[in-house]
Design a protein around this ligand. Structure first.
Ligand SMILES: Cc1cc2nc3c(=O)[nH]c(=O)nc-3n(C[C@H](O)[C@H](O)[C@H](O)COP(=O)(O)OP(=O)(O)OC[C@H]3O[C@@H](n4cnc5c(N)ncnc54)[C@H](O)[C@@H]3O)c2cc1C
Ligand code: SF4
Ligand code: SF4
Length: 470
């Protein structure tokens, strides 16, 4: 397999499905190690940028990089209690709660700064957000008060939420979360690309990374992998993070301008001709600009790439739009991994597959998990025991707070996103005649008793509870 570098968007989706860890990603390039590759084709199928082709290139890792002493790096210690890999919402919140509990904490981030590039529709509910950050106009692009679901026959269903939601300015939001972690005492190194972890003879972990072209390492007691969809920390710790094709949503998103939108409403479009195994979303950034994106599951992407569907959608719904930029990415719409801890290691956020499998919402989920992980790390350090036995408290708490709900959502995803168009059309028929402002969750349940309660319950629970009020 070969990556066409000028097409690649460095989104990491290929790494998330590779069963043999043959894909390595750095800030600047993606490489496939053809000595490891077993030609399963999965990366080629899911790559939203169509940047992988069959072919051979000798990309085996170079052995000649020099290891240098870390004391040469200003402000970085030789050893930490906790090292967090990745400064997304999951990593920053983990680091914040770790530092707040007096643990020496280092964040290693591959990119130049937290929050860039943005690979997200940026929607979040306001509920519970203040447990992590004070709501600030700087990171809010617009507000969400209603959601509209379009069924394949063009009918729609409007829903209102009592809880206000936001379309974020994620580059500011992520950066603010990271600042909070640093204000609480965490240290951070950007452009630090973590390349491996290794247990030491005294029960600690060495975390290897490249920085300014040189291979380095720093030691810690606990490593937290908050390294997103392409996560490799889990693999290095012996956890199988490989996503199945129907558990990865291959996505393309445009920022479109020069349009007119209801500036309080987000919309979703369903249908096998529009987005098989997924949906199109339209999230207003202002009254004349929006994030318009599509996610389709990997098993459908092999027939036609997501971007082709999105282009067709734009042509029909926003023919006058001007596209200011495009991002390729992937969302793990899977069950949370059975194993999210190992000795000295915890996985958080997309790395642990903690995204809501129906909505693809993962910002708040990663923050919720990060808080638990940071607090459990503190307990472990206090007990001087970093074994799976102690760290398991994190998985148990995750299960209690959101894990079991996500397993339910996963079942819904399997049904709703793969439902035939006729079944989806039924929803709007059932709700025909209901005044829009009355389509609350409770009203929906009552109104559809004579229709198809099971289906509407599935849809309403999945979307109203998860997308608007998470
Ligand atoms: C198209 C799309 C739309 C989405 N829309 C929404 C939405 O509307 N609402 C919502 O709630 N969620 C949405 N999500 C999901 C959301 O973006 C993620 O769930 C969320 O960002 C997860 O946070 P995280 O901290 O786990 O990972 P990330 O935000 O992905 O952060 C991972 C970080 O780790 C770094 N990293 C990775 N590997 C290494 C390494 N080896 N060394 C050092 N650093 C490394 C990366 O550079 C990155 O900064 C969307 C996702 C996509 C792709
Ligand atoms: S073809 Fe399969 S094994 Fe080879 S790099 Fe792609 S996903 Fe990995
Ligand atoms: S999946 Fe993403 S990272 Fe991999 S080759 Fe395609 S664009 Fe590049």
């Amino acid at each position: 397999m070969k990556v066409i570098w000028n097409k690649c968007d460095i989104c990491g989706v290929c790494a998330s499905v590779c069963p043999v860890d043959a894909v390595t990603i750095s800030e600047h390039k993606v490489e496939i190690n053809n000595m490891k590759c077993i030609d399963c084709n999965k990366c080629l199928i899911v790559c939203p940028a169509m940047a992988i082709v069959r072919g051979f290139e000798n990309n085996s890792p170079k052995e000649d990089e020099t290891t240098i002493d870390l004391t040469l790096l200003p402000n970085i210690e030789k050893e930490y209690d906790v090292i967090v890999v990745g400064a997304g919402p999951g990593g920053s919140v983990t680091a914040r709660f770790s530092a707040e509990n007096n643990l020496s904490t280092l964040i290693l981030e591959r990119d130049r700064e937290a929050g860039i590039p943005v690979r997200c529709a940026e929607g979040i509910s306001g509920g519970g957000l203040d447990a992590f950050i004070n709501i600030d106009e700087r990171f809010i692009s617009s507000r969400i008060r209603k959601a509209r679901l379009y069924t394949p026959d063009g009918n729609h269903l409007d829903m209102r939420s009592k809880v206000e939601g936001y379309v974020l300015e994620r580059r500011v939001f992520d950066s603010a979360l990271c600042d909070i972690a640093c204000q609480k005492g965490a240290e951070m190194l950007t452009k630090a690309d973590v390349t491996g972890i290794k247990k030491t003879s005294d029960g600690k972990m060495k975390v290897f990374f490249t920085y300014k072209g040189l291979q380095r390492y720093v030691t810690c007691k606990i490593v937290i992998g908050a390294d997103g969809v392409e996560s490799r920390v889990g693999r290095w710790a012996g956890i199988d993070t490989t996503l199945k094709l129907n558990d990865i949503s291959s996505s393309t998103q445009y920022r479109i301008n020069n349009i007119q939108l209801d500036s309080e409403m987000i919309s979703f479009y369903f249908g096998n001709k529009i987005a098989p195994g997924g949906y199109v979303w339209v999230f207003h950034k202002s009254s004349n600009s929006a994030n318009v994106g599509i996610g389709i599951t990997g098993n459908f992407a092999q027939n036609k790439p997501a971007q082709d569907y999105l282009d067709e959608f734009i042509k029909i719904h926003f023919p006058e739009a001007s596209i200011s930029y495009t991002v390729y990415s992937g969302v793990p719409i899977a069950n949370t991994l059975d194993k999210i801890v190992a000795d000295n290691v915890m996985l958080v956020g997309d790395a642990a597959r903690q995204v809501n499998p129906v909505t693809g919402g993962g910002i708040k989920q990663a923050m919720v998990a990060g808080k638990i992980a940071g607090e459990v790390a503190a307990e472990a350090i206090l007990k001087n025991d970093y074994s799976t036995k102690i760290l398991k408290k994190y998985s148990q708490e995750w299960e209690r707070v959101l894990g079991s709900k996500h397993r339910f959502m996963y079942k819904i995803k399997e049904k709703v996103l793969n439902a035939p168009d006729e079944r989806l059309n039924k929803i709007s028929n059932i709700c025909k005649g209901l005044p829009a402002e009355d389509i609350s969750l409770t009203y929906l349940f009552k109104a559809v008793v004579k229709g198809d309660p099971k289906l509407v319950a599935e849809m309403a629970t999945a979307f109203v509870l998860s997308k608007i009020s998470i």
